[in-house]
Design a protein around this ligand. Sequence first.
Ligand code: ACM
Ligand code: ZN
Length: 493
Amino acid sequence: MQTKKNETASGLLMPLPKHVEQKDGAFRLHMGTTISYDPIFGEVVELAREQLACNIGGEDILFKLVEGFGEDCYRLKVGKNQIVVSSTYPSGGFRALQTLRQMALANDNLIPCCLIEDEPAFPWRGFMLDCSRHFFSVAFIKKLIDVASMHHLNRFHWHLTDDQGWRLTVEGYERLEEVASKRTLLSYTDGRTYGGVYTDEEILEVQAYAHKRHMLVVPEIETPGHASALLSAYPTFGCTGGPYEVQDRWGIFDEVMCAGNDNLLQFLQEVITKTARLFSDPYIHIGGDECPHTAWETCPKCRQRMEEQGLASVKELQSWMTSQVCTMVEKAGKRPIGWDEVLEGTEKLGIPSSLIVMSWRGDAGGIEASSLGHDVIMCPNTAGCYFDYKHLPSFDEPGNIGVTTIEKTAQFSPIPKGISKEAQCRILGGQGNLWTEKVTSAKAAEYMFFPRLSVMAERLWNPQPFASVEERRPSLEKKLTRLDINLYRGASV
Ligand code: ACM
Ligand code: ZN
């Protein structure tokens, strides 16, 4: 059987695999297609039954266990009569399944014959969703994880707390749900509120769903800034004692967690302990960005803490807070991640050695942190990683602050220019971030994410020139449309 002209495996895939050999003909996937598998691929094949609509039994598709492949690596042989997936780990089998799924979706179940050998360029391939500024349903989060995993992404960074809403429950702190999770919609005059929390059961459900798709979940508990929601529920955790409000507008607010308050530290300890217990993956993000020190300057408790600890400035006080929270995370058995502000004010205390730095204000934080021996995740807002920005510099496009064209994302490299060879190996990868100040619904979030997230995934798996991305946009649009994604279809530059 012949595929239509140009419908090669390479033309249908994003990310493009590391090695593709095109062969003649195609495998037709149909209702009767059968799968056999080595038992280590049992869970992958459960998904294959859903995603390819196949049945267990015969050997039309064979998942074979072979030695010698790394995590996420696989070989895929598509013949006219049989497909053979070879891999050492279930994660490799899963990536192969997603490659098959992409070709089936993009080409009406006709999978071009080919030989693919594939492996990722970077281990950290992520996306972040801000669920504080606007609340997103578990159903939508699962949909995003599924589509992201189809592009070989493997980290879901879940931003759970901020000025406009706190999304986690903590026993003994009931006002988090009662007060901190809801903001008053000031644009209405009838006291209408907006928000909610994710229950522990929902969080477990999201993790189970992500893990089945070989994606880790990274919760972010923002400290010590962006804390209005928390302070509205527990005003004594702020420097002035309030009153505070869960914010209904966007920005950076002067009132933050009081670094001189031992009860606040006790609270953070309980939140981190709970988060570490509830989330089974190795990382907890502790925030650290955009924390004004105005309130600390005049707060007697903060001044006393500085004196006690011999800290010369409020910047050093933030570094002290970072060290405290990192210690809590480490004691709970997890690895801390912080936004690049964690590098500031560290003259006296240094930077906790296990801390992974997430570089968002350009490349500089990533270069500095990696040269100091820290692992780094790159998501510079200057280089195509911020998806809250407009797709084009047009008044008519939705978006916040800046512009991230598809071309810009297609040129992103997690390896910053000018970084030393030695530091380069500290770059774990990168991610695309969606802040949702102006993203009010799941459908709007899809429009901001796609197709930029697909393009980002390729930068992290197997970077290709922009022209090649452009050539594959029609097949990408077809796949995303079939998955009911409300994607942006406009110009790339
Ligand atoms: C950030 O964008 N404030 C990390
Ligand atoms: Zn204070």
